[in-house]
Design a protein around this ligand. Structure first.
Ligand code: PXG
Length: 456
């Protein structure tokens, strides 16, 4: 069905140029060509203002887990807006949606994570993480235990704390980041940085860098280690099998909190409710957002393990921290309904038993393409490495092959994101096996077009 917007694309683009400063955008480059205007969506598809139907291989921005057009979520929001559109959780008040949602989340969270601090986004969640981790140690007479170790090319959001905890060099170059008492270790990116090591050797090496860094700073000064189970924005970096077990061994030697950033992996992406369950991790703090409401409304949270929760509730005094929209009742009502859908339709179970194994098989077949050096996936998140030489893993000069491929994806009707020359997907969790065939066929078409362009 083709349905053009009532206002012309050119008019909308001109207004956008005039008044909108979109995030993570090179404004000169955008203004030279005009933004793609997305007007509506249904299931796993989006439509632009020119009427093009596009398979949304990124679930919006890693978030629309139950797919677009879910009337139940619309109804939940409308009902809550009528009943209680806003109230806050400050100063000893609370409301029903927040209580019910926290209880529901605790029912699917890893063992020992029974408390929820609500936020408005993943970035806010990581600001909360920083404050809470330091406050936890300070409450116990160790205010100097405040260093937080993150990873190069990790992503933890775009606020001052989020961008500092993350290890994106380009972000650090703007605004004098990272802030003090944050350091980073190498990432477990075997394909890009593993050199002559086997993936398993490299996984151990990368995890041992944490040990080295803790010793260098001093264990009595380190509050926490923060990491994504699988790096998302960094390029769907799936760590070698040895990585997380070695990290666990390192952490067992020191008294340091483990923060597992589940903003992308949380709520089913890996085929488990949380990436921590996929990798058998016991986090102390777990920032979440995105899939919590399937992106229908902005909401995030930090799930808090018993150890931290007990200190906060028994000896913390007032925690001087929170956001106006912490636990917003309408967002909470939508999140609750989203969890109900995930549970009642057994969406997470279906990812694990059916669609993730199917995607893995179909995605791996793309590795026979002359452009693809590696095709990897876990659950419903996957990546392709575009290379000039499959044997040596040498990249194309210019570093824009990924962006070219992304353009061909759009032309063939697929949203696939480029991180440098790594192509990534994270489709809605409701995608069917048939639709996975369609996605993979569109991806191959775009790879062929990119290959033809490179050889022209
Ligand atoms: N942690 C992780 C692991 C994330 O992926 C955040 C925190 C921050 O969440 P908010 O809600 O503040 O955006 C994220 C967000 C991309 C992309 O292009 C990824 C994210 C956000 C925007 C773009 O891959 N991840």
């Amino acid at each position: 069905m083709s349905q053009k917007a009532a206002v012309s694309t050119q008019t909308l683009q001109a207004q956008c140029r005039e008044h909108v400063l979109p995030p993570f955008t090179d404004y000169q480059a955008l203004n030279a060509k005009g933004a793609r205007v997305i007007t509506r969506a249904d299931g796993i598809y989006i439509w632009d203002s020119e009427g093009h139907k596009i398979l949304d291989g990124m679930a919006g921005l890693w978030c629309v887990n139950v797919g677009y057009g879910r009337q139940e979520l619309v109804d939940a929001a409308a009902k809550q807006m009528q009943e209680l559109p806003f109230y806050n959780l400050f100063f000893q008040t609370v409301h029903v949606p927040a209580i019910e949602l926290a209880s529901e989340i605790a029912s699917v969270a890893p063992k020992g994570m029974r408390k929820v601090f609500f936020t408005g986004s993943g970035s806010e969640s990581n600001d909360t993480v920083l404050r809470m981790a330091r406050h936890f140690w300070a409450c116990q007479g160790q205010p100097e235990k405040k260093w937080i170790i993150g990873r190069e090319n990790g992503y933890h959001g775009s606020t001052v704390a989020g961008a500092s905890l993350g290890g994106m060099k380009a972000m650090h170059s703007q605004g004098d980041l990272p802030i003090a008492y944050i350091d980073h270790i190498p990432q477990p990116y075997w394909y890009g940085e593993g050199g002559d090591m086997t993936p398993d050797e490299f996984g151990v090496w990368a995890a041992e860098q944490l040990d080295k860094k803790i010793q260098q700073i001093g264990a009595d000064k380190v509050a926490a280690f923060i990491a994504e189970p699988i790096q998302g924005a960094g390029g769907v970096i799936i760590p070698p099998d040895t990585y997380w077990p070695t990290i666990k061994k390192v952490l067992a030697k020191y008294d340091i909190l483990l923060v597992v950033d589940e903003v992308i992996c949380g709520f089913g992406r890996t085929g488990e409710w949380f990436g921590s369950q996929y990798y058998d991790l016991q986090p102390d703090l777990m920032p979440v957002a995105k899939g919590m409401t399937s992106g229908y409304l902005p909401m995030g949270a930090v799930l808090v393990g018993d150890r931290v929760a007990n200190v906060l509730t028994e000896q913390g005094g007032e925690f001087y921290h929170g956001y106006t929209y912490s636990g917003h009742p309408v967002a909470a009502a939508v999140a609750l309904e989203n969890l109900r859908i995930l549970k009642s339709e057994k969406i997470v179970e279906r990812v694990k038993a059916e669609t993730a194994p199917y995607l893995q098989k179909k995605w791996a077949e793309l590795a026979d393409h002359p452009l693809v050096g590696e095709a990897r996936s876990v659950g419903l998140v996957a990546a392709l490495e575009l290379v000039k030489n499959k044997q040596t893993r040498e990249r194309f000069a210019g570093g824009n092959t990924g962006m070219r491929c992304r353009e061909h994806c759009f032309s063939s009707g697929l949203v696939m994101r480029a991180v440098g020359d790594t192509m990534i997907i994270s489709p809605p969790l409701v995608i069917t096996c048939e639709q996975i065939d369609e996605l993979v066929a569109l991806a191959r078409q775009a790879l062929d077009a990119t290959w033809a362009e490179l050889n022209a």
